[in-house]
Design a protein around this ligand. Structure first.
Ligand code: SAH
Length: 347
């Protein structure tokens, strides 16, 4: 059985042709899939025999809405989707003046082990398929009724740890007969897997690369991000410089401000030094308090921002959305898992 939602248009066309169908059926099926049908029978202009053939050869298993939380503060909507195998993942729809943005997950769980992140607490269960990533966009859009124009790969998981599937997902998302989302409307965030950054650079995609920096020195970074032991900051920054040289695209650096850990002026100075020769943008994020973690939000965000700006670096402070709905990565999935095990009461 083929997972049809993960197949490209040429792949679907080839599959149909191999069963004696004319080529134009491929496009018809592809379009139906990306409009968000839940079964082959909803493809109403296909002959019944073809629908039966599709059922015989392909699986089509849309996610089930397991839970939904809408922020009373700003309308941010968080979805918990249950997939065919019972695993759950999160997507978040945020409303900005420049358009609606969805944040999607790329894996069930994560194996990167960052100390401040709820997604990684129980490790990685499995990778998501391209179809499961597309479905987060399609079904969140359908449920919310909001046209989604931008996408960030910043939910649960490390996209560069599932790069083949992510690249195929981008191809599907970008397709004119699918959701037709432009690469310039997409951001991909990584904790710093250097070989993945280099592979991405080779492809010269028009997307925005975000690097979760969180500390510019090895001692601090290794203490909060185990990935730094494999790819220390010198190697990470070298890869960022290569990426900029190859693509000409400015990298965005994510920096969650943690009290007494990464919020010292000398660390701002070190960021400036490492970025020399490359236009960087630093996005300062107020740390989301994760109950399981001893790390606390910094009170020096404004001072740190000023210090970076004195070095000529653009630094913005991320507006926090959905503060009332467990909106930071992995928190809703964690909560649902704990409730299932009876560790906490449902809210
Ligand atoms: N694995 C990828 C993408 C998912 S995490 C990455 O590491 O970039 C998306 C962003 O949220 C990352 O910058 C991550 O470091 C950050 N993040 C995780 N937990 C957070 C928390 N408690 N508060 C603030 N930012 C957090």
């Amino acid at each position: 059985m083929s997972d049809i939602k993960s197949m490209t248009l040429p792949e679907i066309t080839a599959l149909l042709q191999s069963t004696g169908e004319p080529a134009f059926r491929g496009k018809q099926v592809f379009r139906w899939l990306h409009r968000g049908v839940s079964s082959f029978d909803e493809m109403s202009d296909l002959p019944k025999a073809l629908r039966e053939k599709l059922k015989e050869h392909c699986t089509l298993t849309p996610p089930v809405l397991a839970r939904k939380q809408v922020s009373r503060l700003d309308g941010t909507t968080k979805y918990l989707w249950e997939m065919a195998d019972g695993n759950c993942i999160e997507s978040v729809v945020m409303q900005y003046r420049h358009g609606n943005t969805i944040c999607i997950s790329s894996q069930v769980g994560c194996r990167m082990g960052c100390a401040f992140c709820a997604s990684t607490i129980q490790g990685r269960v499995r990778n998501l398929t391209p179809g499961e990533m597309v479905d987060q966009v399609i079904f969140s859009q359908k449920d919310s009724g909001l046209p989604i124009s931008n996408l960030v790969l910043m939910g649960i998981g490390e996209p560069l740890d599932n790069l083949d599937a992510v690249l195929k997902f981008l191809e599907l998302l970008n397709h004119p007969d699918g959701l037709n989302m432009g690469m310039r409307h997409i951001s991909l965030s990584t904790c710093g897997l250097v070989p993945g950054i280099d592979r991405l650079a080779e492809l010269q995609l028009q997307l925005t690369l975000s690097v979760s920096l969180h500390a510019p020195d090895n001692e601090t970074r290794s203490s909060i991000m185990p990935v730094n032991r494999a790819y220390p900051v010198e190697e990470l920054f070298a890869a960022c410089h290569r990426y900029f040289q190859k693509t000409g695209r400015r990298i965005s650096f994510e920096y969650a401000m943690i009290d007494g850990v990464n919020d010292h002026d000398w660390q701002a100075d070190l960021i400036a030094k490492q970025l020399r020769g490359m236009p960087g943008h630093v996005n300062l994020i107020p740390l989301n308090d994760v109950v399981e973690s001893p790390l606390k939000p910094s009170r020096r965000i404004a001072a740190f921002q000023k210090r970076l700006e004195q070095h000529g670096i653009t630094a913005t402070v991320r507006r926090s959305l959905g503060g009332d709905i467990d909106a930071s990565c992995g928190q809703l999935r964690r909560k649902a898992m704990k409730e299932q095990k009876g560790e906490i009461q449902p809210s």
